[in-house]
Design a protein around this ligand. Structure first.
Ligand SMILES: Cc1cc2nc3c(=O)[nH]c(=O)nc-3n(C[C@H](O)[C@H](O)[C@H](O)COP(=O)(O)OP(=O)(O)OC[C@H]3O[C@@H](n4cnc5c(N)ncnc54)[C@H](O)[C@@H]3O)c2cc1C
Length: 397
């Protein structure tokens, strides 16, 4: 296994770094470096900047307008953007549904949906989970019934999705819907693309532990969806759903964000004086070792792919380690700031907040919110307990 970068790859890294320095708006990177709240406008502004350069779909092959980068180039791009303080790309469009449309959609669907994703114009949401269908995803009940009448073939969709991240901004949603009750639950699922502006779609907020409005319920009440929005074949949606999930889980691991947040943790620890405490430094060192190990794991996968060897199907493993690391750094930041990190002040998430925070410094104020928000990471994208089961079956044998 060769983990060193070639001179060409180093040069590529320099080019990315220079471009990001020139193009990443400073107000956005300031928010990211200080874990402040990013608005829809912030997220879409950055997405459109990347889109204009042709890099929002940075993982896409050239035939679909992507840059056709190697696995290592993609990794370097992710690392340079994360360290510079770029927001995470909202994955639902470019990272999750686009590979499914590319692999299983027809030419007309590719022409219709991919440009809006590549440019960052269209906001997508993920409609997988339902009440009672999270870990047991194959039990989804949202029903899509094919109707053939004078209006053209269309599905009538009824049911409810839940935990829909940022669904309040969604313009389109990809959904797992039930089109048959015959046979195993997996064999009656289809993958449908739905315009969220369609009559009968209702989005209702769910408040999270940190007080934020990040997730939603999405209701479908006799929603008409053109039959040409079905991806691939009816009742074969489970195959496409799994293809998407491996992209989702690898994306969650995000070793590069962990590297950036590790530096923030050190900054807070130094400012608060706990950096002098050997035992606290031990905790940071242990975390740093795990972050490096996660990065090595990612690089091993890349190295295997580059040398043509089969890499293990370790998306679940990456998800487990990455999400645990995200929780640990948020916990250590809280510990470092001590009592100053305790109040949950949502207003402190806004850039330039000048609230009353006696004795504390601005960096400590948003920590409680981040800490609470990070509880989600071991649940979403498939809970870590369930990922452990999958890793045990598919990797360990
Ligand atoms: C913040 C957030 C954002 C999300 N965003 C989205 C989104 O945008 N779109 C979307 O479709 N979904 C989304 N989800 C849903 C997410 O995928 C599910 O929450 C997750 O798959 C777990 O399902 P559940 O919540 O139904 O829990 P359950 O499946 O009810 O699980 C409850 C508990 O039981 C455990 N458990 C269940 N089965 C097993 C088993 N076989 N072995 C061991 N333990 C088990 C789980 O680990 C968990 O601890 C989001 C969730 C959160 C929290």
């Amino acid at each position: 296994m060769d983990l060193s970068f070639t001179p060409e790859e180093q040069k590529f890294r320099e080019e990315i770094r220079a471009w990001v320095k020139d193009n990443l708006p400073q107000d956005i990177s300031h928010k990211v470096h200080n874990a402040l709240e990013l608005t829809r406008e912030d997220l879409q502004r950055w997405a459109k900047i990347l889109g204009k350069k042709g890099w929002l779909g940075y993982g896409w092959p050239t035939e679909f307008g992507g840059p056709g980068w190697t696995a290592v180039q993609k990794h370097l791009f992710e690392e340079e953007t994360a360290l510079a303080g770029a927001p995470r790309i909202i994955p639902f469009g470019p990272v999750m549904v686009a590979p499914v449309i590319q692999a299983f959609g027809n030419a007309e669907q590719q022409k219709r949906f991919l440009p809006g994703i590549a440019s960052g114009e269209v906001w997508w949401s993920q409609g997988y989970s339902e009440p009672g269908s999270g870990s047991d995803l194959a039990s989804v009940k949202t029903k899509a019934q094919l109707v053939k009448d004078g209006k053209g073939d269309h599905y009538i969709v009824n049911g409810q999705k839940t935990w829909t991240t940022l669904g309040q901004y969604g313009e389109c949603i990809f959904c797992l819907v039930r089109t048959s009750n015959e046979g195993k639950p997996q064999t009656g699922i289809s993958f449908l693309l739905i315009d969220m502006k369609s009559p009968g779609v209702t989005v209702r907020p769910i408040k999270l532990l940190d007080g934020s409005h990040e997730v939603n319920e999405v209701w479908f009440d006799n929603v008409e969806v053109p039959a040409e929005n079905l991806i691939g074949e009816e009742n074969k949606g489970w195959t496409y759903a799994k293809h998407l999930l491996s992209h989702e889980r690898t994306n969650i691991a995000d070793a590069n964000r962990a590297k950036r947040e590790l530096e923030r943790l050190k900054r807070i620890a130094k400012r608060e004086g706990v950096w002098e405490d050997q035992r606290f430094r031990d905790e940071i060192a242990k975390l740093e070792v795990d972050v490096i190990a996660l990065e090595m794991l990612v690089l091993r996968v890349l190295s295997a792919a580059t040398s043509g060897k089969n890499s293990l199907d370790i998306a679940g493993l990456l998800k487990i380690k990455g999400s645990e690391i995200q929780q640990r750094y948020s916990e250590l930041m809280m510990l470092a700031a001590g009592p100053f990190a305790l109040p949950l002040i949502r207003e402190a998430m806004a850039a330039g907040w000048q609230g009353d925070f006696p004795g504390g410094h601005p960096e400590a104020a948003p920590l409680a919110t981040t800490y609470f928000n990070m509880r989600k990471t071991t649940i979403y994208g498939g809970s870590n307990e369930v990922q452990r089961n999958i890793v045990a079956q598919t990797v360990l044998g």
